[in-house]
Design a protein around this ligand. Structure first.
Ligand code: GLA
Length: 413
C-alpha cells in the first residue's frame, strides 16, 4: 500500500513527462500561428484589391507622357477617381536603355519631361503612379529588364515617386521565379517607400502557392484578350491569348490564396475596348468584382461611352470587390451554362452572381443553402445592376437571366 502523502516516482515522472509534452505542443502551436501571420508580406498597401488604369490593353507600346497625363485627367473628370480608381500605370515600352552607371533611361522623345515630372503630375491629381519592368534581361517588348539591377531600379523608382510596380517574366531563361520575385520584393522594401508589387509571371510556377509573402498580387494566367471565350494565337503564331471566360475557369480553386495585401490577379480589364458586347462587359466586370480581382481598367478613359462608364463606376458592384473581409468569391454551382458564384462579405451578407453563359435566356435559382445560410432563412435581396431592392425572400431567389448576362445580388439576412 502507498503511504498517504507520498506519490510514487513513476507517477511523478509520468506527470512531468505529460507537462513537458503539453508545453512543447503549446509552444509549437504559438510559433506556428505567429509564423503563419507573418507569412504574408505586410507592406501596408493593397489591403483591398488595387484599382487603377494601365496602358497595355489599349495602347501596347504606343505610350507617351501627354497620353498618360490626359488619362490621369480623365480618371478624375469621368468620376473614375471618385469610384475608387487610384493607380495610373505605364506598362511596357517607356524605357529604352541604361546609362553609363547602369541607371534605367526613359525614352527621351516620348517622355521628354522625365518620369519624375510625370509622377508628380499624377500625384497632383490625387492619384498614384505605377510603372513596369521585368525580372529578366529584357521586357516582353524587348526593352531593358531589371535582372542584375534590382536594387538600383528600386531606388530609382522610389526617387521618382513610384507607388506600384508591375514586374513581368520575359527573358528570364532558367531563373527561379520565387528567387527572382523575392529579390525584387527585398529591393523595393529596402527603399522604405510602400510600393504595390504586382507579379506578372502568368501563373507558370503556381504563385498562389508561395507568393503571399512576396507580392501584393500575382497573375494567375497568360494574357487576356478582348473576347468572350476561346484561346487565340498571337500575331506571331505563338500560343495563346485567352478569352475572358477561359481566364474565369482558371480561377476556380485558387480562392484560398487571396486576402488583404495579397491577391490573385486574373489580368487587367478589357471593358470598353470593343471586342465584347455591353452585356458581356458587364459580366466581365461582375466576375472580376466577385473574384476580388484587381480592377485595372485598360480602355481609353478619355472617350468612354456612357454605358462603359456606368459599368466601370458602379459603386455597389465595386463595393463587393473592395469589401474589407477580402474573401475571393467561389463558384458554388455549375449546371451546364448556368452558374452561381458567392462571395462572403464582412457584414455577414453575401454577394451572389447568377451567370448565364448560354446563347438564350434562362431561369437561374439560388437556394440560401448555396450561400451557407439556413434553408428557411428570410433575407433581403438587392439587384445591384438594376439598383433595386427586391424585398425579403424565404430560402431562395430565382431570376430570368439573358444570354451572357450576369445578375449581381446582395443577400442580407
Ligand atoms: C506580358 C504581360 C502583359 C504586358 C506585356 C508587355 O505579355 O503579361 O500584361 O505587360 O507583357 O510587353
Amino acid at each position: 500500500m502507498i503511504p498517504r502523502g507520498k506519490i510514487p516516482e513513476a507517477v511523478v515522472n509520468k506527470s512531468v513527462f505529460l507537462k513537458t509534452i503539453f508545453l512543447c505542443v503549446f509552444t509549437i502551436a504559438i510559433f506556428a500561428i505567429f509564423a503563419n501571420e507573418t507569412n504574408a508580406w505586410d507592406n501596408g498597401v493593397a489591403l483591398t484589391p488595387p484599382m487603377g488604369w494601365n496602358s497595355w490593353n489599349k495602347f501596347g507600346c504606343n505610350v507617351n507622357e501627354d497620353m498618360i497625363k490626359s488619362m490621369a485627367d480623365a480618371m478624375v473628370s469621368t468620376g473614375m477617381k471618385d469610384a475608387g480608381y487610384q493607380y495610373v500605370v505605364i506598362d511596357d515600352c517607356w524605357q529604352v536603355s541604361r546609362d553609363e552607371n547602369g541607371f534605367i533611361v526613359a525614352d527621351p522623345e516620348r517622355f521628354h519631361s522625365g518620369i519624375k515630372a510625370l509622377a508628380d503630375y499624377v500625384h497632383s491629381k490625387g492619384l498614384k503612379f505605377g510603372i513596369y519592368s521585368d525580372a529578366g534581361t529584357k521586357t516582353c517588348a524587348g526593352r531593358p529588364g531589371s535582372q542584375g539591377h534590382e536594387y538600383q531600379d528600386a531606388i530609382q523608382y522610389a526617387r521618382w515617386g513610384v507607388d506600384y510596380l508591375k514586374y513581368d517574366w520575359c527573358s528570364t531563361s532558367t531563373r527561379n521565379a520565387q528567387e527572382a520575385y523575392t529579390t525584387m520584393r527585398d529591393a523595393l522594401a529596402s527603399t522604405g517607400r510602400p510600393i504595390v508589387f504586382s507579379m506578372c509571371e502568368w501563373g507558370t510556377s503556381k504563385p498562389w502557392q508561395w507568393a503571399q509573402g512576396v507580392g501584393n498580387l500575382w497573375r494567375t494566367t497568360g494574357d487576356i484578350n478582348d473576347h468572350w471565350e476561346g484561346k487565340k494565337k498571337w500575331p506571331d503564331g505563338g500560343c495563346c491569348s485567352l478569352g475572358m471566360l477561359d481566364i474565369v475557369d482558371m480561377q476556380v480553386g485558387l480562392e484560398g490564396a487571396a486576402g488583404p495585401g495579397h491577391w490573385n490577379d486574373p489580368d487587367m480589364l478589357e471593358v470598353g475596348n470593343g471586342g465584347m458586347t455591353t452585356v458581356e462587359y458587364r459580366s466581365h466586370f461582375s466576375l472580376w468584382a466577385m473574384l476580388a480581382a484587381p480592377l485595372i481598367a485598360g480602355n481609353d478613359l478619355r472617350s468612354m461611352s456612357p454605358e462603359i462608364k456606368a459599368i466601370l463606376t458602379n459603386k455597389e458592384v465595386i463595393a463587393i470587390n473592395q469589401d474589407a473581409l477580402g474573401s475571393q468569391g467561389r463558384r458554388v454551382r455549375k449546371d451546364g451554362d448556368k452558374e452561381i458564384w458567392v462571395k462572403q462579405l464582412k457584414d455577414g451578407s453575401r454577394a451572389v452572381i447568377l451567370f448565364n453563359r448560354g446563347a438564350s435566356e434562362t431561369e437561374i435559382s439560388v437556394n440560401w443553402t448555396d450561400l451557407g445560410y439556413p434553408e428557411h432563412l428570410s433575407a433581403s435581396v438587392r439587384d445591384l445592376w438594376a439598383a433595386k431592392d427586391l424585398g425579403r425572400m424565404n430560402g431562395k431567389y430565382s431570376a430570368k437571366v439573358a444570354s451572357h448576362e450576369t445578375v449581381v445580388l446582395r443577400v442580407t439576412p
